[in-house]
Design a protein around this ligand. Structure first.
Ligand SMILES: Nc1ncnc2c1ncn2[C@@H]1O[C@H](COP(=O)(O)OP(=O)(O)OP(=O)(O)O)[C@@H](O)[C@H]1O
Length: 234
């Protein structure tokens, strides 16, 4: 299957006067509909890499190709629209808007994109609410649900515009281990159902195992050594 996202010789250097190189010649391709985990020690460069993949930060050099388009020459507006069209983000802290309900929060990216909410969007939001198991709390304020429910609401929100790529930076970092597994099972279910590509950073090896592919970042490089996690070899 074709790659929906490709990184070619990505390098990242932070700083002007004092330069620190944090990514070195990263080459990676992500197949459409695949579920990928990114693991690695703290400070190894995972978030930097994810921000570059999500077009939130620029590589110092190298190419990012999203859905066949090289993003290097895109201006800010073009990047923003590619991001809105193609990428959904799930972060550790879900940043739901506290004064809005679960349903309203989930609809927010659609409203921002289209300036209105259609019947179809409302149906999709309600379908997503059922998938993530929030039917009973759809009209609760975002502050009046549990942490795990908030994270599930954030997942539904990231899916409302039907993005082809979903990037997660420690999406379950603030949840207990049982809720973490539930949320990952949910991501896998969505991956199967909607055929969206998932790339998810995790510190949790048990959940990393749930992926089709595990990528380890070590000192800013892709670690190509064979590693064994549970019963998976890469
Ligand atoms: N804006 C920045 N300016 C300078 N250095 C930075 C900046 N952002 C990150 N770094 C450095 O780049 C390195 C990689 O950071 P990054 O956040 O990508 O690692 P990580 O693997 O995601 O870590 P963690 O698991 O702790 O979140 C670290 O040494 C960090 O201090």
């Amino acid at each position: 299957m074709a790659n929906i996202l490709e990184l070619k010789n990505i390098n990242k250097i932070y700083g002007e006067k004092i330069k620190t190189q944090v990514l070195f010649d990263i080459n990676l391709g992500f197949e459409e509909s695949s579920f990928n985990s990114i693991i690695g020690a703290s400070g190894s460069g995972k978030s930097t890499l994810m921000n570059i993949m999500g077009t939130l930060d620029k590589a110092t050099n190298g190419e990012v190709i999203i859905d066949g388009k090289n993003i290097s020459n895109m201006n800010k507006n073009q990047l923003a629209s590619l991001r809105n069209e193609t990428i959904g983000f799930i972060f550790q802290f879900h940043y739901l808007l506290p004064e809005f309900t679960v349903l309203e929060n989930i609809l927010m990216p659609y409203k921002i994109k289209h300036n209105k909410v259609t019947k179809e969007a409302l149906n999709r939001a309600n379908d997503l609410i059922e998938i993530v198991g929030l039917g009973k709390v759809r009209n609760n304020k975002a502050t009046d649900i549990s942490g795990g429910q908030q994270q599930r609401a954030a997942i539904a929100r990231s899916l409302i515009n039907n993005p082809r790529i979903i990037l997660g930076d420690e999406p379950t970092g603030n949840l207990d281990s049982e809720t973490t597994e539930t949320v990952y099972d949910l991501l896998k279910k969505i991956n199967k159902e909607f055929k969206s590509t998932f790339i998810v950073i995790t510190h949790n090896k048990r959940v990393a195992e749930k992926a089709d592919r595990i990528i380890e970042i070590k000192d800013g490089k892709v670690n190509n050594d064979i590693i064994n996690i549970g019963n998976i070899s890469i």
